[in-house]
Design a protein around this ligand. Structure first.
Ligand code: LLP
Length: 438
């Protein structure tokens, strides 16, 4: 997919760059991004809105993968940005991302984060709870300004890939509940506010979703609320943010829709509901993360030790693991991979790919079909672009790998790999006075 292919040397190529060379140049493990594929995915979402003449924003969810280069790319692609912390906010700011296109999420934004966001001139707060309303009002007053906001609601639809759980009241830490009157109270409260202008509503129904019926159900429920809000509060949302969660193909059997299709169905459903309820068609905003950066990312590893348990399993170990990709250990997430240096060879056995961290649960892939693996082969694990680097950690004091963008036959280092110096930079000695006198 994307610009991935096997070249004449039998090597995996990404963005026109030979991955064997990438591993040689930058070391391993290394995250490699197919930039053209990210452009294609983002464009897919945008195009569907434009073809339908909609006013829209596609906000890339930074949490999936954020760094300065990614924020720059998002800017160039005309995306908005969804951030959930001061750190993601500062990353966008450092990248020169237009702050009026940044949306700030989170169920426990700190006073300092809110102050920073207002100082930087953030475009929109997605307000999660009553406490936050108070904090934003205080900070806006202190800075003698006002802010735009959506309120996050929980419409009682939970989408888990193929299953939908529809509950009257959703038991979630996020947002305002629709059925208990919480959302009504929040809207009423915000209508009285001199420093917050409420533009609309937000909902997010889940992640790695393969169908559009969950979104359709949520949209329907929200339009019922719109009617109620118009009647009782004279509040008409100008913006409907439907969140993210569009699925991608990690392994065979995952069957996501194209970005265009998710948006197409969403627009149709919004138009239908507007007609049914007599409301105006609002602006539609979405927040794709995984579906923009997920399948564009590939991790390259070096194969080290091997262990055969006759008649049971063959293990191969790589030079990374749950420190650069925690998803298999955390969610039993599945991945596919190939030998990037021998991409033309047929698989003749299955190998289970182990990470190098000191935990039995540090397995990246079980029973992966591969040709006879040798030490120092290059293993490419696909679809690691979302929630890989962004959830990477220093467990066992492993340095975090570098990130490389590949496009048009060129590779660019966009995050340098950590060194032992980086690992040690926060450590201070323990030398209390008492110990010294002994
Ligand atoms: N908007 C909101 C409000 C969200 O909570 C999320 C993800 C997104 C957008 C983006 O969702 P996406 O399009 O990337 O699915 N660490 C987990 C995923 C956590 C998702 C949290 N919220 C994983 O590795 O699967």
């Amino acid at each position: 997919h994307g610009t991935h292919h096997i070249n004449e040397h039998g090597h995996l190529e990404i963005g026109g760059v030979d991955t064997v060379n990438i591993k040689q140049e930058y070391g391993s493990p290394v995250y490699v991004y197919d930039v053209a594929l990210m452009r294609e995915r983002a464009r897919g979402f945008q195009q569907a809105f434009e073809d339908n003449g909609m006013t829209y924003q596609v906000a890339y969810a930074s949490k999936a993968f954020s760094c300065v280069a990614m924020s720059q790319l998002a800017k160039e692609m005309g995306l908005s940005l969804d951030v959930v912390s001061g750190g993601e906010l500062m990353t966008a700011s450092k990248a020169g991302f237009p702050m009026e296109k940044v949306h700030f999420h989170g169920n426990n934004k700190s006073e300092a984060e809110i102050a920073l966001a207002i100082e930087l001139g953030i475009g929109c707060f997605v307000i999660d709870n009553f406490h936050e309303i108070q904090l934003i009002e205080q900070q806006a007053a202190r800075q003698q300004t006002y802010v735009e906001a959506l309120i996050r609601t929980t419409p009682g639809i939970e989408a888990h890939t193929h299953e939908y759980i529809s509950t009257g009241q959703e038991d979630s830490k996020f947002g305002f509940d629709l059925t208990s009157g919480q959302a009504d109270q929040a809207i009423y409260r915000l209508q009285q506010s001199l420093s917050i202008n409420i533009k609309g509503v937000h909902c997010h129904i889940g992640s790695q979703i393969f169908e559009t019926s969950g979104f359709t159900m949520a949209i329907k429920k929200l339009f019922d609320q719109f009617v109620h809000w118009q009647e009782h509060l004279q509040f008409t949302p100008e913006v409907l943010n439907c969140g993210g969660g569009f699925g991608i193909r990690y392994v065979e059997g995952d069957e996501p829709l194209a970005p265009e299709q998710y948006v197409q169905d969403m627009i149709q459903s919004v138009k239908q509901e507007a007609l049914r309820t007599g409301m105006d068609v609002p602006e539609i905003w979405i927040e794709p993360g995984r579906s923009i950066s997920g399948d564009a990312g590939t991790t390259l590893y070096d194969v080290g030790s091997k262990k055969d348990i006759p008649g049971v399993r063959r293990y191969i170990s790589v030079d990374g693991g749950m420190s650069d990709n925690i998803r298999p250990a955390l969610y039993q997430a599945e991945y596919e991979g190939i030998l990037a240096n021998r991409g033309h060879e047929k698989a003749d056995d299955t190998f289970s790919v182990a990470g190098k961290l000191c935990e039995s649960g540090d397995m990246l892939i079980w029973n992966l079909p591969l040709p006879e693996v040798k030490t120092n082969d290059t293993l490419a694990v696909f679809c690691t672009g979302a929630y890989g680097y962004s959830m990477a950690n220093n467990y066992n004091r492993l340095p975090r790998p570098p990130v490389v963008f590949a496009e048009d036959g060129e590779s660019h280092l966009v995050v340098r790999g950590e060194t032992y110096e980086d690992i040690l930079q926060y450590d201070l000695s323990y030398a209390p006075a008492k110990a010294k006198t002994k």
